[in-house]
Design a protein around this ligand. Sequence first.
Ligand SMILES: NC(=O)c1ccc[n+]([C@@H]2O[C@H](COP(=O)([O-])OP(=O)(O)OC[C@H]3O[C@@H](n4cnc5c(N)ncnc54)[C@H](O)[C@@H]3O)[C@@H](O)[C@H]2O)c1
Length: 287
Amino acid sequence: MEFKKIGVIGAGTMGVGVTVDLVLHGIQTLLVDTADKVLENARSEITKSIRFAPLVHKGAPKVPVKEAMEKITFTTDIKEVADCQWIIENVTEKWEVKEKVYRELDQKCDPEALFGVDTSCISITKIASITTRPDKVIGMHFINPVFAKPVIEVMRGFHTSDETIEKAEQLLAQLDKKAIVVNDYPGFVTNRISHLFMNEAMWVVQDGVATPEQVDNIFKQCFGHKMGPLETADLIGLDTVMHSLEVLYESYQDPKFRCCPLLKKKVDAGLLGRKSGKGFHDYSKKG
Ligand SMILES: NC(=O)c1ccc[n+]([C@@H]2O[C@H](COP(=O)([O-])OP(=O)(O)OC[C@H]3O[C@@H](n4cnc5c(N)ncnc54)[C@H](O)[C@@H]3O)[C@@H](O)[C@H]2O)c1
């Protein structure tokens, strides 16, 4: 079975990345956000990314920009996804935002439509519980740049059916990706572990132990990681990292997830990482 039309909800960092990967693989995409301005920005980011994808990643399909862009419908009307076979949701990592979106999607979408939840930490079981189709809700944790990642973490909610897992694997195969299927607890594998790393790196900077450059260089040059924890946080978006830590803290009631005050301060100051040009590092001069 080939999936031909996908609804992508949320046109921020991940919605853009997922849309690029879908259209590079020839899949018709409806991209929904709440404001025209966000969609305009998404259009320009997607255009750049389609152009650069094959230059920065050997395996990315080379598709003429015009041909790829023709596959995307940009809209602020969520009703337009009513006949999509799959929804991939990438809205803000806040329960109250996702809850509203799922209640609406559940009403508007075909009862057979599948919901792929792109979340950093929020429980898939909890999201599924507010729909009438908990067996058709599955976590799909895409990672940026989406077109360059051959494997993704897929999360099985309490009621997710084997058929839904199979269909998620089929969709991922269309994107030349494989799934590692794990069970559902907030943060899953990726973020339950990585957010401890990133948060502690921020405490280290706040305590004056080392600069962000030193922290990241230690991870890259001593441990051989491709990116340091603070560069990773900047790539994800510091607001998203903060929201994710809040979800982890709230879910486990464990102080090990308490959010570093320096992270909160940067978010309050509008330093959100790459997407705003500055976070723990400065990207404004790097083009
Ligand atoms: N940033 C990452 O690297 C990353 C990786 C994996 C998963 N995630 C998860 O993906 C989701 C999106 O993250 P992001 O980094 O793209 O966030 P973001 O803040 O960059 O984008 C979120 C988008 O959702 C839109 N939105 C909010 N309410 C909406 C609604 N009712 N309808 C339609 N759109 C709405 C916002 O306008 C915004 O454009 C989050 O749950 C996050 O935890 C993020």
